[in-house]
Design a protein. Structure first.
Length: 319
């Protein structure tokens, strides 16, 4: 238990130093890419072996052990042993009753050792970890089945996304080789109020847009939205969501994880905005107007977003 405590504390200390550096770099909002990398390093550090193992001296009474009754009274069947003095024999009514008493004492000591503070704390951590993991997987599968049942493939929008990926292959090297392939993410329209997002796991996620918002968009605004979500795809942000989710499940008790999640997504959105503006022919003003329409839709209808997805957040994530 002491070794595990050293591992966790060492990782938290190093990750906190990375978080302080990321906070300082990202304060102005002008170095979103570097800040995003640092916040991503924060999450990676929490689940990787520690760089330096900090020495932590834990008092022995924090991990109580059972008293060694068996070594002292292992020969109660014989009264000739030197362990049993005359006063002890006089005070002992019978060998059988003494054995029963010692057995109950030893059993209670085992229970005390098992149900100590650290064991209860470990059980509490495991319970929180299990609940978050099960909820995340359940919601992911539920939304995935909803897309298969209700999602409508938009072929024209999917072709535009493929064109963005092809143009990006020529103009910049920001996308990974897999993202440069012709088969990009499909665009699905959903006839219900959900947040527009990039959703999925693996090499072929999907871009989801609510039907009502899609029809409210002009063609220019649709292109702006698709470029924003394509930027998430190129950056592999849908993989980052799974990393976030796993680290949050493991460190659900650590407040720094929740602060880091908000900051990571904040700089992630800024990076995607910059990528989309570079790919589109429209001005930054027109692009911002399209994103504001998305924010108005989110604020008006109070739609949710699955945790394991990359999508537009409410106005507190916009600068």
């Amino acid at each position: 238990m002491n070794v595990w405590l050293q591992l966790v504390v060492s990782n938290i200390v190093v990750a906190s130093l990375i978080a302080l550096l990321a906070w300082q770099v990202g304060r102005s909002g002008r170095q979103a890419t570097l800040a995003h990398v640092l916040w991503l390093a924060f999450f990676i550090k929490l689940i990787t072996p520690p760089i330096v193992l900090l020495p932590i001296d834990v008092p022995e009474h924090w991990f109580p052990a059972a008293p060694a009754y068996t070594s002292t009274f292992s020969y109660l069947g014989s009264t000739s042993e030197p362990y049993l003095t005359a006063p002890l024999l006089a005070a002992t009514p019978s060998i059988g009753s003494t054995r029963d008493t010692l057995a109950s004492i030893y059993s209670s000591s085992l229970l005390t050792r098992f149900f100590n503070f650290w064991t209860c704390l470990s059980c509490l951590w495991f319970l929180g970890f299990t609940v978050i993991m099960i909820r995340g997987v359940t919601r992911f599968l539920r939304f995935h089945r909803l897309l298969l049942r209700e999602g409508k493939h938009d072929e024209e929008a999917s072709k535009f996304v493929q064109q963005l990926l092809a143009a990006n292959h020529v103009s910049t090297r920001r996308c990974s080789p897999a993202a440069r392939a012709i088969a990009g993410p499909q665009v699905l329209r959903l006839p219900m109020r959900v947040s527009p997002m990039l959703f999925g796991f693996g090499g072929r996620p999907v871009i989801v847009c609510p039907e009502q918002l899609w029809h409210a968009f002009s063609e220019q605004e649709r292109h702006a939205f698709l470029a924003h979500e394509t930027a998430h795809y190129c950056r592999r942000d849908h993989w980052v969501r799974w990393l976030e989710w796993f680290v949050t499940a493991a460190y659900w008790w650590f407040p720094g994880v929740y602060v880091a999640r908000r900051q990571l997504q904040r700089h992630e959105e800024a990076c995607c905005d910059a990528w989309a503006v570079r790919q589109l022919d429209s001005t930054p003003r027109h692009y911002a107007e399209a994103l504001l329409r998305v924010v108005d839709f989110l604020s008006e209808h109070r739609v949710g977003i699955p945790r394991i997805s990359s999508g537009m957040q409410p106005t507190d994530s916009l600068e």
